[in-house]
Design a protein around this ligand. Structure first.
Ligand SMILES: Nc1ncnc2c1ncn2[C@@H]1O[C@H](COP(=O)(O)OP(=O)(O)OP(=O)(O)O)[C@@H](O)[C@H]1O
Ligand SMILES: [Mg+2]
Length: 360
């Protein structure tokens, strides 16, 4: 008769393509019960947004199918996002992953990408927050069609605004900022960001996306030095100028030992409505070249599309209003790749923690 060991041995032949580890040693099989040919267990994936979830599930079913003696098989599939940051110092301990969205140059679409990626992740069922860290020029409230007063303070903690299932914090929600440029000096700006990170009720988030201002100034530096972060997502456009500046941003985070999760190329190509071809009007492959040269993952390309811009201007992001469009597909792909990179960072972290525990 088939036994639990035999089932686990077979299940251990299924390998997560991103983490390059088998699903049994990753602890993805939970609550396994085997009673004279009746098998049931839960497959707990590392994120609901993993690009390989369907493949892993299909592989598991195939492996179980091939075991003689299993009469009935019942599998529940769930996902529990892994912790991609070391929570030693307890700062923001309720947030499993913090992802900074950076660029070298301004106007490449960080805010657009941050918002639509946050929505795409949230639509997979993950709990997601969006922190608009562009204190000088917050643009997220406009992109959401939300105004001041959307955030409240309770028990000395900021309560994020809510947009669908997304938790959002932005300096732009403070009334007096609406038509005014912030003119604060660096230390004050850093202080505001610290408060937004640490003194905010970010309850139990799987992913907190932090939309950074361009360049390598006080705000990106404060983010990297205030709390442990999972990694940085670099947004570039295909033009060489943007790409060269992007490399500077990558260098800064590298120096600070912050992992680079990868590059997303925005406004990559024009998707022609008449011939449905992709036209690489600014040249092709800029971000891919960066990713190859610096050995960082290429996470996706987002088309240049007037619908994306209009959606932002009207407070109706494409990920909410045009979910079947090729633009939404592109954001979904990038979001899954970002989630996969977070799982990779998390798995490495777990390995380090285990290695430390065994040496002590
Ligand atoms: N893929 C796209 N297709 C069309 N328009 C886009 C796309 N991405 C961004 N835009 C538009 O480009 C402009 C700049 O985008 P966004 O504000 O997101 O850039 P940013 O990098 O955050 O800018 P900043 O550096 O000022 O913070 C906006 O008008 C936005 O609507
Ligand atoms: Mg911006």
């Amino acid at each position: 008769m088939v036994g639990v060991d035999q089932v686990l041995e077979k299940l251990a032949t299924v390998v997560d393509p991103d983490l390059k580890k088998d699903i049994v040693s990753m602890g993805m099989i939970k609550d396994l019960e085997l009673n004279s040919g009746d098998l049931k267990f839960t497959l707990e994936l590392t994120t609901p947004a993993c690009p390989f979830n369907d493949e892993i599930e299909a592989d598991v079913r195939k492996v179980i199918d091939d075991i003689d003696g299993i009469e009935n098989f019942d599998m529940k599939v769930t996902a529990k996002v892994m912790e991609g940051r070391s929570l030693d110092d307890d700062s923001l301990a309720t947030v499993k992953n913090v992802i900074g969205v950076a660029s070298g140059k301004g106007g490449v679409g960080k805010s657009t990408v941050s918002l639509n990626l946050a929505l795409a992740l949230s639509q997979t069922g993950a709990k997601v927050g969006l922190l608009d860290a562009d204190i000088y020029g917050p643009s997220i409230p406009l992109m959401l069609g939300m105004k001041d007063g959307a955030m409240e303070v309770e028990d000395n903690k900021l309560q994020p605004a809510t947009f669908n299932d997304l938790k959002v914090v932005s300096f732009g929600f403070f009334a007096e900022q609406e038509h005014q440029a912030a003119i604060y000096r660096g230390p004050i700006i850093s202080g505001i960001l610290k408060q937004f990170l640490v003194d905010t009720n970010w309850t139990n988030l799987d992913y907190l996306i932090v939309d950074l201002p361009p360049g390598t100034g006080d705000i990106p530096l404060t983010l990297a030095q205030t709390i442990p972060i999972t990694g940085i997502l670099v947004v570039t456009t295909p033009q060489d100028v943007a790409s060269n500046v992007a490399v500077k941003a990558i260098g800064m985070f590298d120096k600070l030992n912050v992992p680079i999760l990868g590059v997303v190329e925005n406004m990559s190509y024009f998707s022609c409505p008449d011939c449905s071809n992709k036209h690489y009007i600014f040249g092709n492959g800029g971000a891919k070249k960066i990713s190859e040269k610096h050995e960082i993952p290429f996470l996706g390309e987002i088309p240049l599309n007037s619908g994306i811009m209009e959606g932002s201007d009207l407070g109706k992001p494409v990920m909410m209003t045009n979910t079947e469009s090729p633009s939404a597909d592109a954001f979904r792909i990038a979001a899954k790749n970002v989630a996969a990179q977070c799982s990779i960072v998390a798995a490495k972290l777990q390995e380090e923690i285990q290695a430390e525990a065994t040496t002590n």
